[in-house]
Design a protein around this ligand. Sequence first.
Ligand SMILES: N[C@@H](CCC[C@H](N)C(=O)O)C(=O)O
Length: 258
Amino acid sequence: MTATFFKYQGTGNDFVMIDNRTLFFPKEDNGLVAFLCHRRFGIGADGLILLENDESHDFRMVYYNADGREGSMCGNGGRCIVAFAKFLGIIERKAKFIAVDGPHTATVDGDIVSLKMQDVTEIKRKPSALYLNTGSPHHVQLVSKLSTFNVAKEGAKLRYGIYGEVGSNINFVEQESEDTFNVRTYERGVEDETLSCGTGVTAVALAMHELGKIKSNYAHINAVGGKLKIEFEFSEGSYGQIHLIGEAKQVFKGEITW
Ligand SMILES: N[C@@H](CCC[C@H](N)C(=O)O)C(=O)O
């Protein structure tokens, strides 16, 4: 079979994007997804995303990690699929779509996509980290000398050591200034460091607010692959109106045969 695909990136988190409105894609074939994401034998990506029709939303997002398994919510992927929906003419400046963690809204302004995330009602404190779910599970840990920190090794240790079979994404953070943080993430399902993780930097912003490290209702994040902004409201122990904001770009279009 020969299929048309698109490649998108959001602050360096890259995705194979497929228009599956005709439902041609064999969704149960995890080996095929892993092959398409493979950086030497396939197209190469941190994940694969299918755009499908949905009765009560503009579209449906189906997200797979690079290991071929369906993942939990992907924030950067969510921003990229909104840019893809605009490219396909499904939306103009506003989107309402459904993903694995529920409905999302988004706005597009040029290459900048602002994606509304689910509310977060619980942040767990661990001895040297915080743990929360922003659509995907995230461990958030402050470290020093982030630029030379061994994210792949330490991330794998925590991902398998603390969180067992289900696992978690692991974010290492360093405060840069009053409202700015540098973040590097080990991603579950990619099983390596990626250049950016949208649900991860969202988790970092909320965790830093929880620790009193930010007084504002926003945070700027320097991921390895680019800059993101997170805005939120905090009331009665809960975070709402959470927006993940940053660039999402189409990189190329191609055809692949399997
Ligand atoms: N890259 C993603 C996170 C994707 C989810 C994750 N790898 C998982 O299934 O745990 C993002 O931008 O949020």
